[in-house]
Design a protein around this ligand. Structure first.
Ligand code: AMP
Ligand code: MG
Length: 312
């Protein structure tokens, strides 16, 4: 399945690759996505193969504007319409009933589908030029930290995808908020930069993650993990075999440090720092434990899961 991976600057060229059934990694405001025509079952199967993604972990479908959601869903729930109107384009994925036009493989056999309207200008240009819904999970080998630079995409997927479309670095740095809108009330499946408080301003009944019984399939799999062991710490304790990310300035003594000034910067820097630590051969990464305000809740989730995966 070796492919020649081209580096592209032109969304039109990248869109032609998607339309012909190829795989294109592209920047969004959350992380880089690995895109394929969502209506082409062979292209969708190739996405799972390129990533080594378990077949039971559904893909998010990306469209350019709210009206495009009807390409993948025949009966859009009122809560999904309200949340999309408030937060799109942006880092919010809504799970809605899946139209028969979308291959079941996109959704890992579920009768629902996750849809998102990314705001990143390069993602927007690609989706408009492609003219089809684009299924795109994060552009990393399965289990690895999501890619937030085109160089990180290449490190994981060179020779496994047809093109990497370059663009301004994702502003947010961690994956979208996922909200299930197929129940009586919406329920958060994955925390992200759109917070529960923001969602509740639009639909007050929205349930927090874990308040409904059905978990998102993807949350069963190990995720977001560097090779180094991730430790969640309250304060720095410098060692020359370890790295540190946080806002408390440690005394000298860590091999690598990523000082961050707040939660947004922490999220923006996290995955790239994980990858930098792996290149430097660091054994452990001390991650200062963030508060749960704003994007902090999503950061806590990613850190917990990276820590669990790196111990397993
Ligand atoms: P990724 O694209 O790699 O960020 O992963 C997509 C996330 O969205 C995973 O956690 C999936 O489980 C979740 N997701 C996508 N589609 C659905 C769906 N139809 N139902 C529930 N969760 C979904
Ligand atoms: Mg992912």
């Amino acid at each position: 399945m070796t492919r020649t991976t081209r580096i592209l600057d032109d969304p039109e060229e990248a869109a032609a690759v998607i339309r012909s059934g190829g795989l294109v990694a592209f920047p969004t405001e959350t992380v880089y996505g690995l895109g394929a025509d969502a209506l082409n079952p062979d292209a969708v199967a190739a996405v799972f193969a390129a990533k080594g993604r378990p077949g039971d972990n559904p893909l998010i479908v990306h469209v350019a504007e709210v009206s495009g959601v009807s390409l993948v869903c025949d009966a859009i729930p009122a809560s999904a319409s309200a949340l999309l109107a408030a937060f799109s384009p942006g880092p919010l994925t809504v799970v809605v009933p899946r139209s028969d036009r979308v291959s079941p493989a996109v959704s890992a056999g579920l009768d629902t589908v996750g849809v998102r309207i990314p705001g990143h200008p390069v993602a927007q240009a690609l989706l408009r030029a492609a003219g089809c819904p684009v299924a795109a999970p994060s552009a990393n080998r399965s289990g690895r930290p999501s890619a937030t630079t085109w160089e990180a995409v290449l490190a994981d997927l060179d020779g496994r995808v047809d093109a990497v479309l370059k663009g301004e670095r994702p502003q947010v740095g961690i994956e979208s908020t996922v909200v299930d809108c197929t129940g009586v009330v919406p329920a958060v499946l994955r925390a992200g930069s759109v917070t529960l408080e923001q969602l509740r301003r639009v639909v007050p009944e929205t349930l927090a993650r874990g308040e409904q019984t059905a978990a998102s399939p993807g949350t069963r799999h190990p995720h977001y993990a560097p090779r180094a062991r991730v430790r969640m710490v309250q304060s720095p304790s410098p060692r020359d075999t370890a790295a540190y990310i946080g806002w408390t300035r440690p005394a000298a003594g860590y091999k690598l440090e990523a000082p961050v000034s707040g939660l947004e910067e922490y999220a923006h820097a996290l995955y790239d720092f994980f990858r930098q630590c792996d290149r430097a051969g660091v054994a452990e990464i001390d991650c200062e434990w963030p508060s749960s305000s704003g994007i902090g809740r999503a950061l806590q989730d990613r850190l917990r899961r990276a820590a669990a995966a790196s111990v397993a």
